[in-house]
Design a protein around this ligand. Structure first.
Ligand SMILES: N[C@@H](CCC(=O)N[C@@H](CS)C(=O)NCC(=O)O)C(=O)O
Length: 230
């Protein structure tokens, strides 16, 4: 039984979808990041990065969402292209693009827009531009391909879905509405029974929703450095 350490945020949700799609047995274990559970020593022993998601599969530990979907694809033998260098090249390229581009730029865009204690025009402009630029690359790609790797639904689509289903919140309704092919893929994936089960995970545990002082200290510890050393 795989232990799945999660919250309902975009990176854990890609793994929730992948676990549901592959049909691997798993136990969801909530990590309430707004209460600081990601910093507890027992969790840091699993994920030294103090973020969700992570999985523990027997004596195997995997952290970082895109590494996990790749692991689950390989373990289950599902939702991956044939194992040849030519077929793995686009798999690895797009999976890393989602990991290093889509996720971080979308996340930082939301951070500077909604959570930064000061409105910094330079940062807001940069991340808005970069988030949109990355999503428009996906949009162009999906205008020529049904799925991220062509004709087959793979772990790359699952990794993308974690973020893509929140696009109106990330980019705003107007910018998101221009990404018709991304929306087409999100709608198709969200209608799948596995996605419905992944979304329903939010009802299994009561996560803290308030972004109060405790939550900010847990999630944005860099903002409190001066006080910690004073
Ligand atoms: N590269 C990591 C990033 C994980 C990440 O940023 N997770 C967020 C939720 S989407 C988190 O744990 N936030 C709580 C925090 O930053 O303290 C991955 O893809 O798994």
């Amino acid at each position: 039984m795989i232990k799945f350490y999660y919250s309902t945020a975009p990176n854990p949700m890609k793994v929730a979808l992948c676990l549901e799609e592959t049909g691997l047995e798993y136990e969801p274990i909530p990590v309430d990041t707004r209460k600081g559970a990601q910093h507890k020593p027992e969790y840091l022993a699993i994920n030294p990065n103090a973020k969700v998601p992570a999985i523990v599969d027997g004596d195997i530990v995997v952290f970082d969402s895109n590494a996990i979907v790749l692991y689950l694809g390989e373990k289950s033998g599902k939702f991956l292209p044939p194992n040849s260098p030519a077929q793995r090249a686009p798999l690895l390229s797009w999976l890393m693009f989602v990991a290093s581009g889509i996720g971080p730029f979308s996340g930082q865009h939301v951070h500077f827009k909604a959570y930064a204690p000061e409105k910094i025009a330079y940062a807001m402009n940069r991340y808005e531009f970069e988030a949109n630029r990355h999503w428009n690359i996906v949009e162009a790609h999906l205008s020529r391909n049904r799925y991220m790797l062509g004709d087959a639904y793979t772990v790359v689509d699952m990794a993308l879905w974690g973020w893509a289903r929140l696009l109106p919140n990330i980019l705003g309704e107007q910018a998101a509405a221009k990404l018709a092919n991304v929306k087409r893929l999100v709608d198709e994936i969200s209608a799948r029974p596995a996605a419905q089960r992944a979304i329903a995970l939010k009802d299994r545990h009561a996560f803290k929703t308030e972004m109060d002082e405790e939550a900010k200290r847990a999630m944005f510890p860099g903002n409190y450095r001066a006080q910690a050393t004073a």
